[in-house]
Design a binder for this molecule. Structure first.
Ligand SMILES: Cc1cc2nc3c(=O)[nH]c(=O)nc-3n(C[C@H](O)[C@H](O)[C@H](O)COP(=O)(O)OP(=O)(O)OC[C@H]3O[C@@H](n4cnc5c(N)ncnc54)[C@H](O)[C@@H]3O)c2cc1C
Length: 541
């Protein structure tokens, strides 16, 4: 089977980056088809009914990193997107009697319960982080300078690009440059220990350093993961996290509508089996059904390891590239649950089942960095932590479209579990047991919780891989470590969204600036592809 239509671009994967890339390409008049394996587009940013009458963002669950330019260019609000703020940013039940709240106008007073000194340092900490986050914000929509193998003629444009980016860093004074270096190489724990003395505030901020990062908060490089979580904004408010009304699927449905309006053809339940390569050039794809589709170029929204390891025979790839991409480090310590609840949790430290601001917050159950460190050590030796780290979000407190009236849905974002269990044990055999452990942990803070669970959906790292194609359950399509960032994402020489095969591009989270619902890789890849069309590099096949 083959199709005879003249198509400019085929995109493998209808995750949010595939959709963003498609929309930008189609806006220039290119003819684009998106092929999505699942029955629904959106990848890890989808809303689904997981229990009769209860819907939730089943994987990604909170929004901040979505780039404002992407929101504007795709007119996402016109296509139905509305993002609302939480009443309180975070709530940390610490033990039976004490808690910490983080939120505008509240944090200093709350932190002062544990340390006056820390409360006084909050302002300076936020200011520093914001200046550094501004540098990242400037870079997210840039194509990283590509490290080329050719002579100076090839290298010159990249050197100029590097120089332009370097110039941006000159905006930072010397103390800020020192801070930036620290944030790129230090552990989140060391960084936060340098700022604060009391455990609760370090836990609140340090949580961002272990999100999706299977590591101790004292692992070198985890400070960058923390930074990666603060460059976003909600409705113009920097660093804030919010809720997309209708769940994360509302974002990707709006993107799909924007793409379709520009003429993009979106096919769901259309898994791609193979990338078609002729005479060393990418010319199309073959679907699982055996249909061959041709286009002037192919764009992959997949984890690079999945693309090059499963859809392309390694004989087509340069040997060094094929070997290195197999070593691409993937694997989050993430275990994800969705629960249907008959009532709101009644916390021992802050009693009450009536809706209050702390129920709308990201509820972090992990009282200290030492606790998080132990969770990692447990998972490393035994497959999961006996005292796990959980962020619980109850989006139905902000959005009545998700659950029947008076009832609720909650996302449990749990860490640390091993992406692959020790001793060849299977997640299929341990999923329920670990889910019980997660429920028990929440119950230890809110004793009505267990009895209020009406239904649950469980996703171990293996389930995340099977359902969404996230290898090792890696929520970012690859670790956010210095050797896998910027020009090295996914590999030096291919940091500009172009792979080693002519006509094959990458637009997913395995490219700069990495994971999260940002839309930035899709935006940047589209810019490079459009440039190649304009330069006449992508000819009719
Ligand atoms: C549990 C979890 C929680 C998270 N929480 C948050 C959060 O709260 N906020 C946030 O900003 N980010 C969060 N993230 C990260 C964020 O969701 C991802 O980084 C982002 O959604 C990835 O988008 P993408 O478009 O690059 O790739 P994906 O969303 O992975 O999309 C890739 C698409 O390709 C499809 N595909 C795979 N193989 C094939 C094939 N052979 N043929 C056709 N299609 C194929 C997949 O089905 C998928 O739709 C979370 C992720 C997870 C998993």
């Amino acid at each position: 089977m083959s199709d005879s239509s003249t198509r400019d671009v085929l995109i493998i994967g209808g995750g949010h980056n595939g959709l963003v890339c498609a929309a930008y390409l189609a806006a220039t008049g290119l003819k684009v088809t998106v092929l999505e394996r699942r029955g629904v587009v959106g990848g890890a940013a989808v809303t689904e009914e997981f229990h009769p009458g209860f819907r939730n963002s089943v994987a990604a669950y909170t929004v901040s990193l979505l780039n404002p330019k992407v929101i504007r260019d795709l007119e996402l609000p016109r296509h139905g997107l509305r993002v609302v703020e939480r009443q309180l940013a975070n709530f940390l039940p610490l033990n039976d009697a004490s808690y910490l709240k983080i939120g505008a106008g509240k944090t200093a007073e709350e932190v002062a319960k544990y340390s006056q000194r820390d409360a006084q340092r909050l302002g300076a900490y936020a200011e520093r982080l914001d200046v550094i986050a501004d540098v990242l914000r400037d870079l997210v929509l840039e194509t990283p300078p590509n490290v080329t193998a050719g002579g100076w003629i090839d290298a010159l444009p990249e050197l100029l690009r590097g120089a332009r980016l370097g110039k941006r860093l000159t905006k930072l004074d010397l103390p800020m440059r020192r801070e930036l270096l620290g944030l790129f190489v230090k552990s989140a724990g060391d960084y936060l220990d340098g700022w604060f003395e009391s455990a609760p505030i370090k836990a609140a901020y340090g949580f961002d350093g272990i999100v999706g990062n299977y590591a101790s908060p004292y692992a070198a490089g985890s400070a960058y993961v923390l930074l990666h979580h603060v460059f976003g904004e909600v409705n113009g408010k920097k660093g804030v996290w919010g809720h997309a009304v209708g769940g994360m699927g509302a974002i990707t449905q709006a993107m799909a509508r924007a793409a379709a309006e520009r003429g993009v053809e979106i096919r769901t339940a259309a898994p791609v089996r193979e990338v078609l390569i002729e005479a060393g050039r990418t010319v199309g794809v073959v679907t699982e059904k055996g249909e061959a589709l041709r286009a002037r170029c192919v764009v992959s929204n997949l984890n690079p390891k999945l693309l090059y390891g499963s859809l392309i025979d390694s004989s087509h790839l340069p040997e060094d590239f094929a070997q290195r991409i197999q070593q691409w480090r993937c694997g989050s310590g993430t275990f994800r649950m969705n629960v249907a609840l008959s009532e709101l949790p009644d916390f021992k430290s802050l009693p009450g089942k009536m809706l209050a601001e702390h129920h709308t917050a990201g509820i972090i159950m992990a009282p200290s960095l030492a606790y998080m460190d132990q969770a990692y050590l447990d998972a490393k030796s035994g497959g999961w932590s006996k005292q796990p780290i959980i962020e619980m979000l109850i989006p139905s407190t902000l959005d009545d479209s998700l659950a029947p009236s008076g009832q609720h849905v909650a996302s449990l974002f749990c860490q640390h579990v091993a992406p692959v269990l020790p001793n060849n044990a299977s997640w299929d055999a341990h999923r329920e047991q670990v889910a019980d452990l997660m429920i028990d942990l929440v119950n230890s803070h809110a004793p009505n919780f267990k009895a209020s669970v009406l239904g649950r959906q469980i996703m171990s790292p293996l389930d995340l891989e099977r359902t969404f194609g996230l290898i090792g359950g890696d929520i970012f399509h690859g670790a956010l470590s210095l050797d896998q960032l910027f020009s090295a994402r996914p590999m030096l020489g291919h940091g500009d969204y172009r792979g080693p095969l002519p006509g094959l591009y990458m637009c997913g989270s395995g490219t700069h600036p990495g994971g999260g619902v940002t839309g930035a890789p899709g935006h940047n890849a589209a810019r490079e592809i459009i440039a190649d069309f304009k330069r006449g590099r992508l000819k009719q096949t």
